[in-house]
Design a protein around this ligand. Structure first.
Ligand SMILES: Cc1cc2nc3c(=O)[nH]c(=O)nc-3n(C[C@H](O)[C@H](O)[C@H](O)COP(=O)(O)O)c2cc1C
Length: 211
C-alpha cells in the first residue's frame, strides 16, 4: 500500500472484530513509528501504556462514554503527555540533552541552557499551557502510529472522548506528572460496519497562496 492509499484506507474504526488480534511484530512496527516521531527540541514528550487487562479495559470503556472501540480492540494504548519531566533542569531534560550531544561535549551546557530558558520563559508555573505543548507532540506520534497501522492493513481509532479524572483513577495516573493526551485503539474492522466515504473540504476552502 502506498502512503497515499493508506490515507484513504485509514478511518476512525468504531467497532473492531474481537476475534482478530494484531500480531506482535506488527505492533512493534507501530511502536517504532512512535519512537521515530518528531518532537519539539527532540524531547519525546510521550509515555505509552498498553492496557491488556480485560477488567481494566471494561472500566476504561465506561470512562470513555461506553465507546465500543475500547473493549473490542486488539491493542489499547494510552498516550501520556509529560509534565513533570519537562521542568527546567529536570533529570529527564538533562538525560535527553546528554543523549543528544554527550555529557562531556561543549555543546551540553549550551543546549541545556537553551531548553531550560525556553521552558522557563514559556511554561513556568503554567501546567495547562505546558500540557497543550506536550499534547501537541503526542498527537504527532499518534498520527504516525495510525499511519503505520494503516500501511500494515491494521485499523485504528483515536479516542479523545474520555473523562480524564476517571482514567487517572483507573490507571493510577498522577496528573501533576503526566496527563492523558489521547487513547489509541488498534485492531481489525468487523465486516458488518463499513467505513463511511471520506467527507472533506475542498482544497480551495482551506488553502491559500500568499504572493
Ligand atoms: C484527536 C481526535 C480525537 C478523536 N476522538 C474520537 C472519539 O473519541 N471517538 C470516535 O469515535 N472518534 C474519534 N475521533 C475520530 C474522528 O471523529 C474522525 O477522525 C473524523 O470524524 C474523520 O473521520 P475518519 O477518521 O474516519 O476519516 C477522534 C479524532 C481525533 C483526531
Amino acid at each position: 500500500m502506498t502512503f497515499k492509499e493508506s490515507l484513504s484506507y485509514r478511518y476512525a474504526c468504531k467497532v473492531f472484530d474481537e476475534n482478530k488480534k494484531v500480531q506482535d511484530g506488527d505492533f512493534s512496527e507501530i511502536l517504532e513509528a512512535c519512537r521515530l516521531s518528531p518532537s519539539s527540541f527532540g524531547l519525546e514528550h510521550w509515555d505509552l501504556l498498553l492496557v491488556e487487562n480485560e477488567k481494566i479495559k471494561k472500566e476504561m470503556g465506561k470512562a470513555c462514554w461506553n465507546q465500543p472501540q475500547i473493549t473490542t480492540c486488539s491493542h489499547l494504548v494510552v498516550i501520556l503527555a509529560k509534565l513533570e519531566d519537562l521542568k527546567p533542569n529536570s533529570p529527564y531534560i538533562k538525560s535527553m540533552v546528554e543523549k543528544k550531544v554527550g555529557k562531556n561535549s561543549e555543546k551540553y551546557p549550551i543546549l541545556l541552557d537553551i531548553i531550560n530558558n525556553f521552558l522557563d520563559k514559556n511554561f513556568s508555573n503554567d501546567d495547562k499551557k505546558k500540557y497543550g505543548w506536550s499534547k501537541a507532540q503526542c498527537f504527532l506520534a499518534a498520527q504516525n502510529m495510525m499511519s503505520m497501522a494503516a500501511v500494515l492493513g491494521i485499523d485504528s481509532c483515536p479516542i479523545e472522548g474520555f473523562i480524564e479524572e476517571k482514567l487517572n483513577e483507573i490507571l493510577d495516573i498522577d496528573p501533576n506528572k503526566n496527563r492523558v493526551a489521547l487513547l489509541l485503539t488498534f485492531g481489525y474492522r468487523d465486516n458488518i460496519q463499513k467505513p463511511k466515504p471520506k467527507i472533506r473540504k475542498n482544497l480551495d476552502e482551506f488553502f491559500k497562496i500568499i504572493k
